[in-house]
Design a protein around this ligand. Structure first.
Ligand code: NAD
Length: 475
């Protein structure tokens, strides 16, 4: 299979191609066009040319096209989920039941939202002030390899629905489903040039896209290091930066432990642990710590690692050999730093012969982790849990905030006052109380500190995809 760029509604061949592989088997899935400045320039020009007509269409017309695209995605869930699972190694139970259906929901949701953009009025005795919201123009949308289809649609849907045009750049490690998105967008009737896709590597395609003077806004999801590079290269533009995380999952002694254990396991091991909002630092109050650690490790040992296309698999392969090496490095480091390995580790999981070359790692649990250890400070982005004991509420908050990151957080207690106090005190963009991460499309999604800037979701997406203008009329 060959994957080309999508520029102005046309498949555009690459000057060079690279391979994308199935991380469970290393089988080559496709040859993918490797874009550079020339393709970026052509795509931005196409988006710029398409912008006036698209922005000028009534929101109800754009909404109808967004709905049509949502319906097409919903109709193709099994096919898209299979492609996504084969390209990324994320289990089919997640892609087919959660992630691809949610991508369809993103289009339905923002179809509704774009017809409800309303302004404000600030009347004074001398002036009537009111707000107009304009689309910003050409937007660069840059997506990582984890949950790539859902993340791309989380950006494309509001961007287009609000009247902007886009150049989408997927991760070089997971380009397949976005290519399908481009085809379905055209099939839905979205005009040529409104959604363009340039494939390729970050430095070759991503950086010139972000630096392009005709790009007015950048919605980026990826690592903190890349976020820094983009801000430097891009200059003065609107930004939404959804970056890395090392989120605390705080369990007090008075929590409903069975539910907390289930949620803790889900938040670090589902999606292969390759999840920005992973509850990767599990803080447990000392008087329940030993019991919690034993029960958590017991659950982790029962997790099925294997073929991501099997419905029963929870953990599939890591996205790439390079990423597997990174995860393994941290497992080795954990032992060197003095943490106690409760389960998992460096031994390869037992797997059928066809998966022998896959990037697999066992779910790994470290206990007695000191929050200053590198395994507790660095984002591992794999199925590696760190259990950290704490004494009381004050210490839980101190440890929770002792991190460069601030994306998500989780608090488990039956004491309602404590729940609110701790939720307020944790430095993070999101806090879930007695709950795993449950997404509501209206909520502000994003982080603080090294986890990023800006929020997306609901009216929060206005920040990046709409430009407010105040009009003051003299009375
Ligand atoms: P990455 O930063 O390596 O790459 C992300 C994207 O940026 C890719 O498309 C890549 O090609 C592109 N890129 C790389 N260098 C670039 C440059 N100089 N200019 C422009 N684009 C460039 O991240 P990744 O490894 O693909 O994804 C994992 C990271 O993403 C983790 O840190 C994870 O926490 C984060 N993430 C965050 C969220 C969130 O919502 N906060 C969600 C998912 C993933």
């Amino acid at each position: 299979m060959r994957i080309d760029h999508l520029i102005n509604g046309q498949a555009v061949a690459g000057r060079q191609y690279f391979e994308t592989v199935n991380p469970a088997t290393q089988e080559v899935l496709a040859e993918v066009a490797a874009g550079g400045a020339a393709e970026v320039n052509a795509a931005v020009q196409a988006a710029k040319d398409a912008f006036p007509a698209w922005a000028g269409r009534p929101a109800t017309e754009r909404a109808a096209l967004m709905r049509k695209l949502g319906e097409l995605i919903a109709r193709h869930v099994p096919e898209i989920a299979r492609t996504e699972t084969t390209d990324t190694g994320q289990s089919i139970s997640q892609t087919a039941k959660q992630l691809v259906p949610r991508a369809a929901d993103n289009f339905h949701y923002f179809a509704e939202m774009c017809t409800r953009v309303d302004g404000h009025t600030y009347p004074t005795p001398t002036h009537l002030n009111y707000t107009l919201f304009h689309p910003v123009g050409v937007c660069a949308l840059i997506s990582p390899w984890n949950v790539p289809f859902m993340t791309a649609t989380w950006k494309v849907a509001p961007c287009l629905a609000f009247g902007n045009t886009a150049v989408l750049k997927m991760s070089e490690l997971s380009p397949l489903t976005a290519a399908r998105l481009g085809e379905l967008a055209l099939e839905a009737g979205i005009p040529a040039g409104v959604l363009n896709i340039v494939h390729g590597f970050g430095a070759d395609a991503g950086e010139p896209l972000c630096a392009h003077p005709d790009v007015r806004a950048i919605s980026f999801t990826g690592s903190t290091a890349t976020g820094h590079r983009i801000v430097k290269a891009a200059g003065l533009k609107k930004f939404s930066m959804e970056l890395g995380g090392k989120s605390p999952f705080v369990v007090f002694a008075d929590a409903d432990l069975d539910r907390a254990l289930d949620a803790a396991v889900f938040m670090i091991f589902s999606n292969n642990g390759e999840r920005c909002t992973a509850g990767s630092r599990i803080l447990v109050q000392k008087n329940i710590y030993a019991d919690f650690a034993a029960r958590f490790a017991e659950r982790a040992r029962r997790i099925t690692v294997g073929d991501p296309l099997m419905d029963t698999t929870i953990i599939g392969p890591m996205i790439s050999q390079g990423h597997l090496a990174k995860v393994r490095h941290y497992i080795e480091l954990g032992t060197k730093e003095g943490a106690t390995l409760l389960c998992g580790g460096l031994d390869a999981p037992e797997l059928p012969a066809h998966l022998a070359k896959g990037n697999f790692v066992k779910p790994t649990v470290f206990a007695d982790v000191d929050n200053r250890m590198k395994i507790a400070q660095d984002e591992i982005f794999g199925p590696v849990a760190c259990l950290i004991p704490f004494e009381d509420e004050a210490e839980a908050i101190r440890i929770a905030n002792d991190t460069a990151y601030g994306l998500s957080s989780y608090v488990w207690t039956e004491n309602i006052g404590k729940a609110h106090r701790v939720a307020a005190a944790i430095e993070a963009g999101m806090c879930f109380v007695n709950s795993q991460n449950v997404r509501d499309l209206r909520q502000p999604f994003g982080g603080t500190k090294a986890s990023g800037t800006g929020r997306e979701g609901g009216t929060w997406s206005h920040e990046v995809f709409l430009e407010p203008k105040n009009v003051a009329v003299s009375m």
